[in-house]
Every structure is written in structure tokens, then in C-alpha cells.
Design a protein around this ligand. Structure first.
Ligand SMILES: [Zn+2]
Length: 257
């Protein structure tokens, strides 16, 4: 199988579905990652990284590019493909005030860029953002729209278009353990199509998250990361975003089932 994950910032892949990506890579599947931006607007959380050396913008983007390359190696993925858009920033007010940001880029054009990569890589399965962007980041939501469009438009230009599009999501009960609103960002267990037990990959997930040192902080802070991301090392859940062909009774434990 060829699996393509499409995310917006370095670290999205490690927080949202690192275990699943690592699982398929370890089974010998080709796993690709497209990253729309270099995360130039992230906030540095590592005490030994001086933010003045990596001001928001290009310098921070270069640092985060290297962090993502390291995370991809840990997860067994191919080197990341950067689309070169600019991180809009978070929360929404910051993103709206940044006209260079990804959320302001023409949706049709982003969709076309994704479609070119999909036609070239020929994935059978794509993983991308859900309509709420996991927790509402404007870049995630923008990329969701482009990914959804590209998944369906692939049917116009490819003889074997991707069969399945999945969105990593969190169950309501999980979101209720965080600062986010479970009614907005959580899904009910009955809508989950795939549940992946990622406990065998716990150390790999942790290493990938920590490879994003600027964002995750030092290893001593990992218990705090786990508080913000309950279930990070236990289970990853996906809903179906698009389907060509049949799908078995949900939930299954395999993206290919
Ligand atoms: Zn992100």
C-alpha cells in the first residue's frame, strides 16, 4: 500500500497519527507526508532554544523543517514534501491578520497542487484533516477543504485514484479531558471507521513528538504533553472522509480492511 498523509505544520503528523504512520511504515508500506508550511509561526517551548535566535518566520521555519525530517526518519516515513506555504498562526485572530498565511491562499490553487502530488505518488489511502481541523486551526481547516477536493478530483485525472480518505479524530470522551469543547471537536464512537491500537509504537510516537523539540519541549515535560494529548500513546481513531469502493462493518483496526 502507498499511504499519503497531508498535514499543515511540522508536528501535526506526530500528534495526530504518528502510531498509525509508524505501523504501516514498519510493515513495509510506502508512507509519504506532505506538509503545507514550515510552521513559521509556532511558539518555541524548549528552554534551551533561544527564541531570539529563531524569530517567527524563516529562521523558525528552517529549524522546524529539520525537526520534521528527524521525526519522519523516526517514524520510517519518506522525507517530507513541503509545499512552501506560510504558517498563518494561531489562534484565528492571529491568522486573519496575516495576509501571507496559508489560510488566505487560493483554495482552488492549493487543491491543484495537492492533486499533482497525488497523481504522482498514487496513494491508495490518504490521511488528512477533518472539517474542524482537529482543534480548529485555520490552516488545518483550509487544508481539509483542499484535500477533500483533491481526493475527489483525482477521479477525473487518475486511472486508479485513491480509494480511501481518512481523518484522524478524537472521541468525545478524550476531548472532554482537554481544554477543547467535546461538542465541537469530539466525535461519537459510532462514527469511527478505524481504531488503531498504537501501544506497540508508544516509544516511536514519543520519540517523534520529542523530535519536534521546539514545540514539545524537553523530555522532562512529556507528562505535560500527555495531559494535553490524552490517549496519545494508546489509540488513534479515524473517520471516513471519502470512499471509492466497499468498506466493511465499522469499526475496523486496519486502514486497508
Ligand atoms: Zn498544525
Amino acid at each position: 500500500m502507498r499511504l499519503l498523509a497531508i498535514f499543515a505544520h511540522p508536528d501535526d503528523e506526530s500528534f495526530f497519527c504518528a502510531g498509525t504512520l509508524a505501523k504501516y511504515a514498519s510493515q513495509g508500506h510506502e508512507v509519504y507526508l506532505i506538509c503545507a508550511t514550515r510552521g513559521e509561526q509556532g511558539r518555541i517551548r524548549h528552554p534551551t532554544l533561544d527564541p531570539s535566535l529563531y524569530p517567527k518566520g524563516e529562521a523558525l521555519g528552517r529549524l522546524r523543517e529539520e525537526e520534521l525530517k528527524a521525526a519522519c526518519q523516526i517514524l520510517g516515513l519518506r522525507p517530507p514534501i513541503f509545499l512552501g506555504y506560510q504558517d498563518s498562526g494561531y489562534p484565528l485572530e492571529v491568522a486573519q491578520a496575516n495576509p501571507q498565511g496559508f489560510m488566505h491562499q487560493n483554495l482552488e490553487q492549493v487543491e491543484r497542487v495537492l492533486l499533482e502530488h497525488i497523481a504522482h505518488l498514487k496513494p491508495q489511502v490518504i490521511i488528512g484533516f477533518d472539517p474542524q481541523g482537529f482543534y480548529g486551526h485555520a490552516d488545518h481547516i483550509h487544508l481539509h477543504r483542499a484535500t477533500l477536493g483533491a481526493f475527489w478530483r483525482a477521479g477525473n485525472v487518475m486511472s486508479a485514484p485513491p480509494k480511501r480518505l481518512f481523518f484522524p479524530v478524537r472521541l468525545r470522551e478524550r476531548v472532554a479531558q482537554t481544554r477543547f469543547d467535546p461538542d465541537r471537536y469530539g466525535v461519537s464512537a459510532c462514527s469511527v471507521a478505524v481504531r488503531v491500537d498504537v501501544r506497540p509504537y508508544a516509544q516511536t510516537i514519543k520519540a517523534a513528538v520529542l523530535a519536534h523539540a521546539s514545540q514539545a519541549g524537553p523530555e522532562e515535560n512529556f507528562p505535560q504533553v500527555l495531559q494535553d494529548w490524552p490517549g496519545l500513546l494508546e489509540e488513534e481513531t479515524f473517520v471516513l472522509g471519502g470512499l471509492r469502493g466497499a468498506f466493511p462493518a465499522m469499526p475496523v483496526d486496519d486502514l486497508e480492511a
